[in-house]
Design a protein around this ligand. Structure first.
Ligand code: GLA
Length: 685
């Protein structure tokens, strides 16, 4: 069922209940004695917390032995939260099966590509195809749903936690993969054709002979097999999610169901997952020391909004300070947590939530920051958290509102990502995330709203569609993008696009097979550059550098837009443009330096007639979101450690800064923002 099939906007009930934005985090009371729970609830109220996620890692405590359930402690916690008016996002604890399951059914532990069994001792240690795992997961989900369906604290469901898309190569998964293939291809000959098994004599005579693309292998795996195994793994995880979702929905059809995504994470195909949940939610952890963390976060937030079809989404987890997953985890600058949290709201979130409420004393994440750190309420973090809670209260009118419609879309497709980064390509250094961020960065810097879209979506509402490395493009994708340009749209596509079909087979007739006519070019050779090689690149009156890759482009209808200034390809096109009536198809056959790419991307937006929200100093973000009744709210966010002045347009009406504590009205004059400071201006409708 897609979210659209369900009555009402799925967050409407939550919004009504909370009376504003959600604020809180993961609450893991099972790590603490009951006297601490009372203090927790009192401090949550002090901070303005109104929603907590409970029970994510509690399976072993709720079901200490198979079929023996102990809900007493959870009853007490749910009661305390209900009494305090704090709503609960209750998790099915199925991402971390109990030790007894691993002990009694070691076959539920996944096998990696080398045939090694994962051990119990961390989390997410389950084979998604295992009927034993699925049986036990369904049972605990059913018991939880039965017990808490009518509980006054229960406000939404959180299925599992961060589905990872872990590839399992055990015999159960192998058998499941064979069934999946048989359903997809019907005949083994169709599979042989799709996978091109004539190559290296890989022909199969029976589905029963097919394995997972595990090792050891002497040469590269079959690309079609590899890609189908990624699709299959995605589907196996999604089946686990859907089974638990259906169980909780049966008990509480009125409550929204979600699972927390990991942003632009490679393995699950979140377009497909988002269709299966009521509301998109995300865990967001930009590196605390990354001066560009806000660009990465903005990209992820825009992606989440797009996955949910533009409707409000939730920040399920973020961090008050450092995570502990990198080699060195630096502290976050004072004030930066606030501006990053406001950024999520500016881009369509209806919540700011953290992992986690109280910092753990023990376990792998005992140094992961929290809302209530080891040092308690005397810490800077606590002061910032309570202040943030108050800020969210001031922004309540925003809840449920939509963002300004974007005029630019970036095409982002998980199957393409999997295929693009597969083995045995002209370059093994194709890094899709980096390339997408490279294209997104200039748009972010210019305050141009961006949506993400699948290549097959209706793109006609966008003035410009940016397509980084769409290596895998079947005929539907090719037709969709071609239709878009023929209807007057502007396309900016970058190298190694339109090369293979859905089975990772090269389109016949020369590159870029799916887009030859649209782009008006032929590419007969690829020239990935060695890491230390660059070439001069002439673009209009600017000279920049080409790195990483060169397509050897022969125009066939397109005109050159940029040319190489040196090297074997001197004078030949590095970028081209092909006109189709009012529409244009621009192609970039290399990876330019950031400044040149910025010029190319922003020239394309200008040519397409795209309007930025506001011109702001570097590192200052301007985004517009509306209240549900249509009042525009302009977010001005200073992501820099210095004070900045933002100039509002001369004709801007006077506006109220909702974050100001002293009811100051800022008028059209220049607006000063403190280091990591922010303003949210309520503009005249
Ligand atoms: C993820 C998980 C949490 C926690 C955080 C912090 O988002 O869902 O359980 O591990 O990361 O690392």
């Amino acid at each position: 069922m897609s979210p659209g099939d369900r009555a009402e906007e799925p967050l409407a009930g939550l919004r009504q209940r909370l009376g504003g934005l959600a604020f809180g985090g993961d609450y893991n009371p099972e790590q603490w004695p009951p006297e601490v729970w009372r203090e927790d609830v009192a401090l949550m109220r002090e901070a303005g917390v109104n929603l907590v996620t409970v029970g994510v890692f509690s399976w072993g405590l709720l079901e200490p032995r198979p079929g023996v359930f102990e809900f007493g402690w959870l009853d007490e916690v749910m009661g305390l939260l209900a009494d305090a008016g704090i709503a609960v996002d209750l998790a099915t604890p199925t991402s971390s099966p109990p030790s007894w399951l691993a002990h009694e059914h070691p076959e539920t532990l996944p096998l990696d590509a080398e045939g090694r069994r994962f051990a119990f001792g961390a989390r997410q240690h389950y084979c998604p195809s295992s009927p034993v795992y699925r049986h036990h997961a369904a049972r605990i989900a059913e018991r939880l749903a039965e017990r808490y369906a009518a509980h006054p604290a229960l406000a939404m469901w959180h299925i599992g936690n961060e589905y990872t898309g872990l590839e399992c190569h055990c015999p159960v998964s192998t058998a499941h993969f064979r069934r999946w293939l048989a359903q997809r291809y019907r005949t083994v000959n169709a599979l042989n054709d799709a996978w091109g098994t004539a190559f290296w004599g890989q022909r199969y005579d029976s589905f029963g002979h097919i394995g997972t693309p595990g090792g050891p292998l002497l040469s590269g795996p079959n690309p079609g097999q590899r890609l189908d195994f990624q699709r299959f793994t995605n589907d196996a995880g999604l089946e686990c999610f859907a089974a638990e979702r259906d169980i909780v929905r049966r008990h509480t059809p009125q409550l929204p169901v979600t699972t927390n995504f990991m942003g632009a994470f490679k393995h699950p195909d979140y377009w497909r997952w988002a269709e299966q949940e009521d509301v998109v939610s995300v865990d967001i952890y930009p590196n605390t020391w990354d001066p560009e963390g806000q660009v990465y976060a903005a990209w992820n937030f825009d992606l989440m909004r797009s996955l949910g079809g533009g409707r409000p989404w939730l920040v399920m987890e973020s961090a008050t300070g450092p995570n502990v997953q990198r080699r060195r985890n630096s502290a976050r600058a004072p004030g930066r947590m606030r501006v990053l949290s406001l950024q999520a709201l500016a881009r369509g979130a209806d919540s700011v939530m953290f992992f986690q409420w109280r910092e753990s004393r023990a376990g792998a994440e005992r140094f992961h920051s929290a809302m209530l750190p080891h040092g308690g309420t005397r810490t800077r973090t606590w002061r910032e958290i309570t202040a943030l809670g108050a800020d969210l209260g001031r922004l309540a009118e925003l809840t449920g509102g939509a963002c300004d419609p974007a005029e630019v879309a970036i095409v982002f497709d998980w199957e393409n990502w999997w295929a693009l980064e597969g083995p045995n390509h002209p370059s093994q250094d194709l890094d899709h995330k980096t390339r997408v961020l490279d294209h997104y960065r200039p748009l972010w810097g210019a305050n141009i709203p961006v949506d993400f879209a699948r290549p097959t979506d209706d793109l006609t509402r966008y003035r410009l569609v940016v397509v980084p490395n769409l290596y895998l493009a079947d005929h539907t994708a090719a037709d969709s993008l071609t239709r878009y340009v023929h209807a007057g749209g502007h396309l900016l596509m970058s190298y190694f696009s339109g090369i293979v079909d859905q089975h990772d087979r090269v389109h016949p007739g020369g590159h870029p097979g799916a887009f030859r006519e649209l782009l008006g070019i032929h590419i007969d050779e690829f020239n990935p550059l060695q890491p230390d090689r660059t070439h001069g690149l002439r673009y209009a009156d600017h000279t920049g550098t080409a790195t990483d890759w060169q397509d050897v482009i022969e125009p066939d209808g397109a005109e050159p837009l940029a040319t190489y200034a040196d090297g074997d390809l001197t004078g030949t096109p590095a970028a081209t443009r092909h006109h189709h009536g009012a529409g244009t198809a621009t192609y970039l056959g290399t990876s330019p330096d950031p400044d040149t790419l910025r010029r190319i991307v922003l020239d394309a937006t200008a040519a397409a007639g795209v309007t930025p929200v506001l011109d702001t100093p570097d590192g200052v973000e301007a985004t517009r979101r509306h209240t549900p009744d249509g009042t525009p709210l302009l977010f001005l966010l200073n992501h820099t450690p210095g004070e900045v002045t933002v100039r509002l347009p001369d004709d801007a009406p006077s506006a109220l800064d909702l974050l100001a504590t002293d009811d100051t009205t800022s008028t059209t004059g220049p607006l000063r923002l403190a280091p990591y400071g922010a303003a949210v201006l309520r503009e005249a409708p």
